[in-house]
Write a protein that binds this ligand. Structure first.
Ligand SMILES: NC(=O)C1=CN([C@@H]2O[C@H](COP(=O)(O)OP(=O)(O)OC[C@H]3O[C@@H](n4cnc5c(N)ncnc54)[C@H](OP(=O)(O)O)[C@@H]3O)[C@@H](O)[C@H]2O)C=CC1
Ligand SMILES: O=C(O)CCCC(=O)O
Length: 480
């Protein structure tokens, strides 16, 4: 791989400040070419137990630092991430597939969490409560939770780590990260930069290997006080159950089924641009990606035609090829899922306006697709597509749109386009989702609370709410 700093390509785990290898390894594959990029350790339960102990030993000294002292280390990490943007982006594109421009954007996004929480950690304020008796004083302290675990997905290999780890470290916790098997290299490069930034051994750790064995230990071990997970709802449910015996704190950022509603009064140009951003970012492999387009009858045909025009012009190819806007899907399973959902929709009467098949480039490339005449009985109405397919449903009234949008067990992100201010409030309040984009297809940033309701998960990441997830509330009652 063409990196300026070859030391960012790490093939060992980062445990207690050391690079730890193993004879047992698994390959990391470039999804655009099928080429092997590296082989990383396949560690399991025993190594996880050891690193949890190391993180526990590191905790007292890390929590004893002032927030300002911890902030200084985080700030160095932030500077190093930004200074190495190009290499980190190239590593990410190689193992994940997203276009280089998107990978650069993700590195900036990942770094923004480190900068934000380096500052926000200084504001973990407690409070004093007006007393109930003259001889008592009532105080509230915020204290770090302890050793935390983070299990992260492949679709945002850097940002999903920093969004969890930065608030944890800023709050005074220590962390063990298990990245997805498809994208460990971004995680290990972040660990290399964390090492250079000067985090003490054991404060930040990255372990790769058997998901069930590592996850089993992270969830069962009583020393781990908190688990933060981003990934599928199915695995989220399993981890929640595994955390029950030791009653860990949990943040779960799980699947979505985001509606993208276009009302008749929408600005059509803006709605099409927003739809492309909300659907085709990362080739549709984002939990907040629009999954169902609900389009009002009067604008349906115009929106469908314009969206299909825009989508048919998205260049598809390896992420490091200049001008590419759509990379490959992560693996053959993802491709199978997208093919199955499109086949199901067309068999039940959906019409392909553009795309609808594998891309001639082969591998896991799939054509950016728009489907019309889509109905509620099709799989795309219920399942998270996680691919570049936009199914367009038709509706007539505002009430119908809200009912359709809410007819899912998920509740992560929703979007709608309308120029009616009253409708913006009515619909914004009625949508059962943790996040709502109104006249925009991009909602994520480090200062706003990211997270879902219903079966899309628990807790919030980013923003001041994201710091609270790593703090315990302690009440002191003082007799005077
Ligand atoms: N909310 C989101 O952002 C994401 C949603 N998804 C959804 O999930 C679908 C499947 O994607 P997939 O990658 O399989 O998602 P998973 O939920 O399986 O993977 C996410 C993370 O969980 C880990 N994991 C998997 N099984 C266990 C386990 N038993 N114990 C502990 N950790 C575990 C994975 O490790 P390993 O990689 O080693 O298996 C990975 O680090 C996608 O098609 C999409 O619909 C996927 C990714 C992100
Ligand atoms: O869970 C995901 O799919 C990553 C969220 C990307 C974002 O923060 O917008």
């Amino acid at each position: 791989m063409d990196l300026k700093d070859l030391n960012l390509l790490r093939d060992c785990c980062y445990l207690n400040g050391q690079w730890v290898g193993s004879d047992d390894r698994f390959p990391v594959i470039n999804p655009a070419t099928g080429a092997e990029l590296a082989r990383v350790p396949r560690l399991g339960g025993a190594a996880t137990r050891q690193v949890i102990n190391d993180a526990e030993k590191a905790w007292p000294a890390w929590r004893a630092l002032t927030a300002r002292e911890r902030s200084a280390v985080l700030r160095r990490w932030y500077d190093l991430i930004l200074a190495n943007t190009e290499d980190l982006a190239r590593l990410m594109t190689a193992e994940q597939g997203k276009p280089l421009a998107e990978a650069r954007g993700e590195i900036a996004y990942a770094a923004s969490f480190v900068e934000w929480f380096a500052e926000e950690g200084k504001r973990a304020y407690g409070e004093t409560i007006p007393t109930v008796a003259q001889d008592r004083r009532l105080l509230v302290l915020k204290q770090p939770v302890g050793v935390c675990a983070a299990i992260t997905p492949w679709n945002f290999p850097a940002a999903m780590i920093t969004r969890k780890v930065a608030p944890a470290l800023a709050a005074g916790c220590t962390v063990v990260v298990k990245p997805a098997e498809q994208t460990p290299l971004s995680a290990l490069a972040l660990a290399e930069l964390a090492h250079r930034a000067g985090f003490p051994p054991g404060v930040f750790n990255v372990i790769t290997g058997e998901a069930a064995a590592i996850g089993g230990e992270l969830t069962a071990n009583p020393t781990v006080r908190k688990l933060s997970f981003t990934g599928s709802t199915e695995v989220g449910r399993l981890l929640m159950a595994q955390c029950a015996p030791t009653l860990k704190k949990l943040s779960l950022e799980l699947g979505g089924n985001a509606p993208f509603i276009v009302f008749d009064d929408a600005d059509l140009d803006a709605a099409v641009a927003g739809a492309v951003a909300a659907k085709y970012r990362n080739s549709g492999q984002t939990c907040v990606c629009a999954n169902r387009f609900l389009v009002q009858d009067g604008i349906y045909d115009a929106f469908a035609t314009r969206l299909a025009e825009a989508v048919s012009q998205l260049p598809v190819g390896p992420g490091d090829e200049p001008g590419v806007a759509q990379g490959p899907l992560i693996d053959a399973l993802a491709l199978d899922k997208v093919e199955r959902l499109v086949a199901d929709a067309t068999a039940k009467g959906a019409r392909v306006l553009t795309g609808g098949a594998r891309h001639p480039r082969g591998g896991t490339f799939y054509q950016p697709t728009v489907l019309t005449q889509v109905g509620p009985g099709m799989g795309v109405a219920r399942e998270e597509i996680f691919g570049p397919v936009a199914p367009l449903f038709r509706f007539h009234t505002e009430a119908e749109a809200i009912a359709l949008a809410n007819a899912t067990e998920y509740g992560l992100a929703a979007y709608f386009y309308s120029r009616d201010l009253g409708r913006a409030f009515r619909v914004g309040e009625a949508l059962e989702y943790g996040m709502v984009g109104i006249n925009t297809g991009l909602i994520s940033n480090e200062v706003a609370p990211f997270g879902g309701i219903k079966q899309s998960g628990l807790g919030r990441e980013g923003s001041r709410y994201g710091l609270e997830e790593y703090l315990e509330v302690k009440y002191l009652c003082l007799g005077v």
